[in-house]
Ligand binder design. Structure first.
Ligand code: AMP
Length: 218
């Protein structure tokens, strides 16, 4: 399957994409992760993106379209993928249509995760990941079972994103409503949109996504 998971920052896109990777054998394509890797490696793209990301603004379309276009050439995406954090603008959505139609591999569906703004800010402010295996946690909603130790791999090293603070989050939300929210209508009009209530716990949201995917396949 070829899917997009759409929704504001903190809606659970990454968490649900990881679940789909584990349960459905899809490859996760997160432009946020790719850009953070480029920042860490200090590549030309990373140097261009660093300050933009830290301020909570969108990286230029040409940069992210280039990253995704290259990544879609790789063999591992041929059996299916889930786009997490891309497209984020109508221009990116149009570029994706072109890329996929050139490869004759249509998009199967778009899952929209709906979450209240207040909840988004609370979710983002408390989240952190294991520095070693990338498992995601939250101070309040999903703490590690044993304090300071990753449940998945036992590491004691964790990291927080520099853009996961209340002030930057406001800019990120503005970018979402201005540039990304129009994609809801764009995909609805194409008959590809499945809306899922993202307010519930991780497992319940995952189950609702599975139902939506079965619907798309059926
Ligand atoms: P994310 O991990 O998806 O929340 O993305 C983190 C940051 O990376 C965003 O706030 C943007 O600055 C940048 N970014 C990620 N994906 C895109 C995209 N598709 N278009 C523009 N900027 C992006």
């Amino acid at each position: 399957m070829r899917l997009i998971v759409l929704g504001p920052p903190g809606a659970g896109k990454g968490t649900q994409a990881q679940r789909l990777v584990a349960n459905h054998g899809l490859v996760q394509l997160s432009t946020g992760d790719m850009l953070r890797a480029a920042v860490a490696a200090q590549t030309p793209v990373g140097l261009e993106a660093k300050a933009i990301m830290e301020a909570g603004n969108l990286v230029p379309d040409g940069v992210v379209i280039g990253i995704i276009s290259d990544r879609l050439e790789d063999d591992d995406v041929k059996s299916g993928f889930i786009l997490d954090g891309f497209p984020r603008t109508l221009k990116q959505a149009d570029a994706l249509e072109t890329l996929l139609s050139e490869k004759a591999v249509p998009l199967d569906g778009v899952v929209l995760l709906e979450v209240d703004d207040d909840a988004l800010i609370k979710r983002v402010a408390g989240r952190f990941t294991c520095a070693s295996c990338g498992a995601g946690y939250h101070d309040t909603f999903n703490p590690t079972k044993s304090e300071g130790i990753c449940d998945a791999c036992g590491s004691a090293e964790f990291k927080r994103r520099p853009d996961d603070n209340a002030e930057t989050m406001r800019t990120r939300l503005q970018a979402y409503y201005k540039d990304t929210a129009p994609l809801v209508g764009y995909y609805y009009a194409k008959g590809k949109l499945k809306t899922v209530d993202g307010m519930a716990d991780i497992e319940s949201v995952g189950a609702e996504i599975d139902t939506a995917l079965a619907d798309l396949e059926g």
